[in-house]
Write a protein that binds this ligand. Structure first.
Ligand code: BG6
Length: 509
């Protein structure tokens, strides 16, 4: 039997020698995620010996001030206690360039800095990763400046890769414009569009669960599956990101990327192998099989909501419109629920219900696959309708577990059927060192594995699904916002969406 795994997945090896450039080095993402993740990689021996980080930002500073700042920040943001024996050599490989990203001279200076760092650290070859931890409106310009400075030119011993973070545009047109801008200077194989959901261990496990087991796949289709629910519920409100969220809304912020990605992992066909393109080809087919809705279908299948004041953890929290940096008359949705259909042979007529929201009753990301009833009610209609149907629950966070709900006879003289859970807790399976969620993704980029990154066509395909909804919601301002209290499970209209189909949301108590 053939083994189709790429070599990289047999056993992770240290990345090849390279320089990791972070644009936006004085920003939040750098200190909260990127540096802690790179540090974690270094602690487990997955960074190459010949490695350096070059931070670039508009904030004045030099190598030493950058190292001092990183050393102060890591104490707060590291996922484990910082051992100076590990940190000191790591931070000694951090360099800084003060520069204005809109000014071409910064890129000339960067080129010189890279040469100097390469020499100082004895880094062979010309491998460079550019991580754009900056506002998305600058992505196109920065790529153009990098291109003009000759910094994106690849050679046999020098890859040039660019990592960008969502949002990849605001809608279909702007996403296409961004892709065109990037492609003016980069090949698609150089663009790593990161989605931190795909870095989550339990999201990655979806493929293993489906394709390394024989018992689930035969049932994974319209014949046996009644419906699928994907929930990403947050207790958090807008935190310090009111301005951004008010401008985007959860449909763009969560559904277009993370949730449709999870949906495609659940619904995709088995790929021929697990190389980046084979997997991404299958994922994009799922998105392409979701037909963009007509306006009247949007009204029927999509629900939006916005939270009012309420109670979270026994504490009174303000309404969305009273949050810092949010327009007090804002019509931006903080909740969205969708009923989607993947129109292919495997999934025709099986509803996929997606919902996400801020300030909900619980922090929970889960996928529930509900199975159909047995064809014969052997133990009587009452018995069957009282016990819940079979369901498979993939808990992604905060608990990482898999539960299968099965029916069983209650002990006793009568036939009483009840539903019981068969549980598997991921944490009992193996101890994981605490991580930021970026480790796998950054390492994948350095070794050139694109499996977990969004490809241009999947970004396009997911905007094609979301765009008609944005159009209808934009044209018809909501009349009933705020329509759910913080600390609840969202607006009543979302419950009705499922009730109409004779179903209900799986809300854990
Ligand atoms: C981000 C969104 O991509 O994901 C945030 O911009 C959201 O609004 C966050 O809070 C949720 O991520 P996680 O990993 O905490 O579920």
């Amino acid at each position: 039997m053939s083994d189709t795994r790429p070599a990289a997945l047999h056993q992770r090896q240290p990345a090849p020698p390279c320089i990791f450039v972070i644009f936006g080095a004085s920003g939040d993402l750098t200190k909260r995620k990127l540096i802690p993740a790179l540090f974690n990689l270094s602690c487990v021996g997955l960074l190459p010996e010949k490695f350096a980080i070059v931070g670039v930002a508009i904030t004045p500073g030099n190598d030493q001030t950058f190292r001092d700042q990183m050393s102060a920040d890591i104490k707060q943001f590291s996922t484990h206690p910082v051992d100076p024996q590990q940190w000191d050599p790591f931070v000694a490989g951090c360099y800084y360039l003060h520069g204005d990203l809109n000014d071409q001279s910064a890129y000339t200076a960067l080129k010189e800095k890279l040469d100097a760092v390469r020499q100082a650290r004895g880094i062979p070859g010309g491998n460079v990763v550019f991580n754009l931890a900056i506002t998305p409106t600058l992505f196109g310009n920065v790529a153009a400046h990098l291109g003009d400075a000759g910094l994106l030119h690849e050679t046999p011993d020098g890859f040039r890769r660019v990592i960008i973070e969502k949002p990849f545009g605001r809608d279909l047109d702007s996403a296409r414009e961004l892709n065109n801008e990037l492609h003016g200077n980069l090949k698609e194989a150089q663009i790593y569009r990161i989605d931190h959901y795909l870095g989550k261990e339990t999201v990655q496990n979806i493929m293993v669960f489906r394709f390394a087991n024989m018992i689930f796949e035969p049932n994974w289709n319209r014949r046996y599956v009644d419906s699928v629910q994907i929930t990403v519920a947050e207790r958090l409100g807008v935190e310090n990101r009111g301005g951004y969220l008010d401008n985007y809304g959860v449909l763009r912020d969560m559904v277009q990327n993370h949730m449709l990605s999870v949906l495609s992992l659940i619904a995709m066909e088995p790929p021929g192998n697990i190389s980046g393109d084979a997997v991404r080809n299958e994922k994009v087919k799922v998105l392409e099989a979701i037909r963009p809705m007509e306006p009247e279908e949007v009204l029927e299948n999509c629900v939006r909501g916005q939270y009012g004041a309420g109670i979270i953890d026994g504490r009174q929290v303000p309404a969305y419109r009273d949050e810092p940096s949010v327009n007090p008359h804002s019509n931006t949705e903080t909740y969205a629920a969708l009923r989607l259909f993947v129109e292919n042979w495997r999934w025709a007529d099986v509803p996929f219900y997606l919902r996400t929201g801020k300030r909900l009753a619980k922090h929970l990301t889960q996928v529930v696959i509900r199975f159909k009833r047995t064809p014969l009610m052997l133990f009587g209609e009452k018995v069957h309708s009282e016990a819940g149907p079979n369901a498979l629950i993939l808990n992604i966070q905060p608990e990482e577990s898999i539960t299968i709900m099965i029916r069983a006879k209650k002990p006793g003289p009568n036939i009483v059927v009840d539903t019981i859970p068969l549980d598997f807790d991921y944490s009992e399976f193996g101890k994981q060192s605490p991580a930021t969620g970026y480790e796998t993704l950054l390492h994948d980029c350095m070794i050139g594995d694109m499996t977990l990154f969004h490809r241009e066509d999947s970004v396009d395909a997911s905007w094609r699904i979301v765009n008609p909804i944005l159009d209808v919601w934009g044209a018809l301002p909501p009349r009933d916002f705020p329509d759910y209290d913080a600390g609840t499970w969202g607006p009543a209209s979302a419950d009705k969406l499922l009730e109409r189909d004779g179903r209900q949301w799986e809300n854990p108590s």
